[in-house]
Design a protein around this ligand. Structure first.
Ligand SMILES: [Zn+2]
Length: 276
């Protein structure tokens, strides 16, 4: 949803300390804010400020464990419904887009930091927005540079969808991540790295087998074109390989053929009867 002029104006006035009545503080940096904006969206801050904790008298709410730049993105979101990381631009209409081809992990990190703070304050609309933005970021061409750090950060966030997105990307680029000179930190456990490598080799073998089988099937289908009148042939997979199943349309007898005796599929019974 695009921010209204009013929202943008309110955000600008907050940055100028105009009529602000609450301050978020992070690592010594202060972010003035309007209670009327933050209370409806962040229940934890509202509760702390209203229930007679020290925040009530000081009108300062301390946020620990996050970077000030992330708190600024949170504040921008609370006012405008979106936020612009250092790799994003907001145009005149308020639409936020990615700018100048950042490296994948560089573009991901600030999004994941916002995901962490959204999770911490349980701001569900923001969590949903982040997933959309992460999908956009994941369209950036693959680069393993710094990616492990991004994965580790993503897994600190309690968001099933986010975790599964990251796991999918890791799976798609397992080969690359496993064969780096310095394996990614999440494969620091030697056992897991070995298991992943085996899985990867097994997958390659299976892909080879599937290709072989489909070639075999194509060859058999080719033979089918020479099917005899009055005799129906079908290609059937028996769990190990493809075989031909022949059915006589006259007497209904069914017979399996192996590849060596394919040259003249026929019904022996009817042939016998015809020739007698
Ligand atoms: Zn027959």
């Amino acid at each position: 949803m695009l921010p209204s002029l009013l929202q943008v104006t309110q955000y600008e006035s907050a940055k100028q300390w105009e009529y602000t009545d609450l301050t978020l503080e992070c690592a010594g940096i202060r972010f003035p804010i309007h209670r009327v904006i933050v209370y409806p969206k962040v229940a934890a801050i509202k509760a702390a400020c209203e229930r007679g904790f020290k925040e009530t008298s000081t009108r300062v709410y301390s946020i620990d464990g996050f970077e000030p730049s992330t708190v600024e993105l949170l504040r921008e979101y609370l006012y405008t419904g979106d936020y612009t990381t250092e790799h994003e631009t907001r145009d005149d209409y308020g639409i936020v887009t990615l700018n100048n081809d950042p490296i994948l992990s560089e573009a991901l990190m600030p999004q994941l930091r916002v995901a962490a703070i959204a999770d911490y304050f349980d701001i569900q609309p923001l969590q949903k927005l982040i997933l959309v933005k992460v999908d956009e970021v994941l369209k950036i061409p693959w680069s393993s540079e710094g990616f492990a750090e991004a994965v580790n950060l993503a897994f600190e966030v309690n968001d099933e969808t986010l975790r599964s997105k990251m796991a999918t990307i890791v799976f798609d680029h397992l080969e690359d991540l496993l064969h780096q000179e310095f394996p990614a930190p999440f494969f620091a456990n030697d056992l897991s790295r070995r298991v992943f490598r085996l899985t990867q080799n097994r997958k390659r073998d299976m892909e080879g087998e599937i290709k072989e089988l489909s070639n075999e099937k194509a060859a058999l289908l080719n033979r089918l074109e020479q099917a005899v009148m009055g005799y129906k042939l079908a290609v059937v997979y028996n769990g190990h390989s493809f075989v031909l199943k022949g059915t006589c349309l006259k007497c209904g007898q069914i017979r399996n053929y192996n590849k060596s005796e394919l040259d003249s599929p026929h019904c022996e019974r009817c042939q016998l009867w015809l020739s007698s």
